[in-house]
Write a protein that binds this ligand. Structure first.
Ligand code: ADP
Ligand code: MG
Length: 716
């Protein structure tokens, strides 16, 4: 290993990695500020944890003719003579061109910045080693701001490794540091700390899990000495990240289970029994019964419940929620349920009211759209304890919502809520309420473990009886007339239809135009006066939305044209057709959610995916998968595969506040499992991590303490 000079003067802090980045040669105050601001790099440790996202082989020199668009090479290196230079543009638009040639072909090099410097440096007639990102303009190879080295320089260069890392960067940083800048800073940083990097992991753990020292891992992640060394480095660094998270999760879990301060729901009383015996509109499925039993067991255990309920769309999660909430009522506690949309909250409210009519159980609703009078009354009812069940949207987490004695919280369609929103619900009590989180988006068990700590997971794996599988087809726009014919036929049979349009933030205005155009077209193309089309989207006033939904639910309107506001939870059993416009723009789980709006009664239901002719490979794979299966779990797995690591990791990170640079919980399942085991093992002998040999571990834990993510796993 290449461990070199020490800059002892730097060591103001105990761990050299904690030194400020600005003192690294080549950084300085201004660049340090940019690194902090743009990439969150404050210390040498941050810099060394800024890992390459790919590597290029600096030992490889291509003939220019081999570098073609079709070859798909991102970064290339070739050896060529500069034949001429030229200028173009004026002022800020000024560009500098140099033309390079080898025995096989020509390339154009261009600079937009630093022209003064490069025009002085470059010599026509001289041979250079040129390195940079290849682009093509009319099949001519072009490199913007390439690295140039004379052949003499290149031969004398002593690189740390033949593989050079390519680093995540931003435009600003790129401009400030130039093509080689980041790599140079990493090299300089390394020289400052090499040989002095403390390892947070005790030897015992390193040996047990076959991990290389941190120092070697950091060296090889930046300067891989071989493919195998790189693999080991990646493994070690991923291990550290996931281990840090697991140490937090397992510590919180131990704390939760040692507190023993869960509300006790000892009685199964009148509310539950009367409802079960007299009010239940249908027999519960076996799966529903099982989950209610699991919840019942949790709530008499003395521990605070922390349970995730997964069940495909239409599997009957709402009934499980209601009956669990009745258990709370029987024991003198309030219960609340938070839904992600106004429409869904109102629907749950209506369902609960109807089911509980005449039982004397009081149900309140609180949403952003609640009128001030109504709101005041509701708030008073919650505070006094008079309101036993409360349904609502995010409005529930506002500070002024104070419960008399909240004992049970249900969060419906949890993936729609930010972590912070969820976390705030249970800070409303000194003693934490039991939490039931419900989702139709299945998460693989191991992932659930990372996301939510050791949540207990219940699954409803059985649909209510009599459901027929939904038939899904994919039509292109050419089949629109056929579609209309089919819709007419269904309406004549007395069925109802959803037509859904995509809505994404970036093109909101255009999306709304599509929607209203579609609405008009439907109204025009269905010249049958007895058919009513309702419309519902986010820009409408809550009262108008509600009126549209009422029309559709009551059957007054046969067609509902809507944006994906209806994606979650809406329940109209008579609706049998779901038409999804521009289906290629929806994600797989969203498509599945939308499809779940139909097939809720005994009639054959259909989902029709509309798209243009031209589709990306990925979009086609999504639509094909939808046509092939109704199984939400299978679709979720496929979704993970299709969306790939980056996307999901991004969501995880932004959603959970984990600062993962290299590990990917969805892909690194094996590491996730061993780190969990390792964390449990260590904490069982040293729960507070205060033994001297565990000081590094405690630091590691703190680095990944995250924020709300961990609060969520703690849920108290
Ligand atoms: P989700 O799990 O998607 O939230 P819902 O709770 O909205 O599903 O239930 C879907 C539909 O199935 C509702 O109309 C509900 O009344 C009905 N349902 C729920 N449980 C049963 C059951 N055991 N038997 C028959 N229908 C049921
Ligand atoms: Mg639901």
């Amino acid at each position: 290993m290449h461990c070199s000079r020490l800059f002892v003067s730097l060591t103001l802090v105990e761990n050299p990695l904690d030194n400020d980045i600005q003192f690294v040669p080549g950084v300085g105050e201004m660049r340090a500020r940019a690194l902090k601001h743009e990439l969150g790099i404050h210390t040498l440790g941050d810099m060394l944890r800024h890992y390459p996202f790919r590597y290029i082989d600096r030992t490889r020199i291509y003939p220019i003719a081999e570098i073609t668009d079709a070859a798909g090479l991102a970064y290339v290196q070739f050896r060529a003579r500069i034949t001429s230079i030229s200028y173009a543009g004026e002022g800020r638009r000024r560009r500098f061109y140099a033309y390079a040639q080898d025995a096989t072909g020509q390339a154009e090099l261009v600079w937009f910045q630093g022209i003064k410097w490069i025009e002085k440096k470059i010599e026509v007639g001289r041979e250079y080693l040129v390195f940079g990102r290849a682009t093509f303009y009319r099949s001519l190879l072009q490199l913007a701001h390439p690295e140039l080295e004379t052949i003499e320089q290149a031969l004398s260069r002593k690189a740390e490794s033949g593989m050079q890392g390519i680093y995540p960067s931003t435009e600003k940083i790129g401009n400030l540091l130039g093509a080689k800048g980041m790599y140079q800073i990493i090299c300089n940083t390394w020289r400052l700390v090499a040989g002095r990097i403390p390892d947070p992991l005790p030897d015992a753990i390193r040996t047990q899990y076959g991990l290389i020292p941190l120092c070697d891992a950091l060296y090889n992640i930046h300067f891989p000495q071989s493919a195998e060394a790189l693999r080991q480095a990646q493994y070690r660094l991923k291990f550290d990240e996931l281990f840090g998270i697991q140490l937090n999760i397992q510590r919180h879990r131990t704390a939760r289970l040692s507190k023993n301060d869960g509300f006790l729901f000892k009685r199964v009383g009148d509310a539950f029994n009367a409802f079960y015996n007299e009010r239940l509109p249908f027999p519960l499925t076996g799966a529903q019964k099982r989950v209610i039993r699991e919840i019942r067991q949790d709530t008499v255990s003395g521990f605070q419940m922390n349970r995730l309920l997964q069940g495909d769309v239409g599997s009957g999660k709402t009934m499980v929620a209601l009956m669990s909430m009745l258990l709370a009522v029987d024991n003198g506690y309030q219960a609340c349920m938070m839904a992600p949309t106004e429409i869904l909250a109102r629907q749950h409210y209506a369902t609960f009211r109807k089911l509980l009519e005449g039982t004397g159980i009081t149900v309140g609703i609180l949403t952003g759209a609640s009128k001030s009078r109504e709101r005041r009354d509701t708030l008073a009812g919650i505070a006094s304890g008079e309101t036993q069940l409360l349904i609502g949207t995010h409005a529930l987490i506002e500070d002024r919502v104070q419960f008399a004695n909240l004992g049970f919280v249900v969060i419906d369609e949890q993936h729609r809520f930010g972590v912070e929103q969820r976390a705030r619900l249970w800070t409303k009590n000194a003693q934490p309420p039991h939490i039931l989180v419900m989702t139709a988006t299945p998460i693989p068990r191991t992932l659930a473990m990372t996301l939510y700590g050791d949540l207990d997971v219940s699954v409803i794996d059985e649909l209510p009886p009599g459901r027929r599988p939904i038939r899904t087809v994919h039509y292109t726009d050419a089949a629109r007339l056929r579609l209309f014919g089919f819709l007419r036929q269904e309406i004549r049979k007395g069925r109802q239809i959803y037509i859904v349009y995509p809505l994404i933030k970036e093109s909101e205005a255009m999306d709304y135009k599509d929607l209203t155009d579609g609405y008009e077209a439907i109204s025009r193309d269905f010249p049958l006066p007895e058919y009513v089309t309702a419309i519902c989207h986010g820009r409408m006033k809550p009262a108008d939305k509600e009126e549209s939904m009422r029309q559709f639910k009551s059957g007054e309107a046969q067609i509902l044209v809507a944006t994906s506001v209806i994606e979650v939870g809406v329940d109209v059993p008579n609706a049998t057709v779901m038409v999804i416009e521009s289906a290629e723009r929806f994600g797989l789980s969203q498509l599945h959610q939308l499809r779940g709006r139909v097939g809720r009664g005994g009639e054959q239901s259909y989902c029709i995916l509309m798209s243009g002719e031209k589709l990306s490979r990925e979009a086609r794979a999504r639509l094909d998968a939808m046509c092939e299966t109704n199984d939400g779990f299978r679709l979720a797995e496929l979704d993970l595969k299709l969306r790939g690591a980056g996307d999901i990791n991004g969501t995880l990170q932004s959603g959970m506040g984990f600062d993962l640079k290299i590990a990917n919980p969805t892909l690194d399942v094996q590491i996730l499992t061993v780190t969990r085991e390792a964390a449990i093992g260590i904490l069982s002998v040293d729960p507070a991590l205060d033994r001297p040999e565990h000081r590094g571990l405690e630091e590691l834990r703190k680095r990944y303490a995250g924020n709300d993510a961990i609060d969520f796993s703690r849920i108290s």
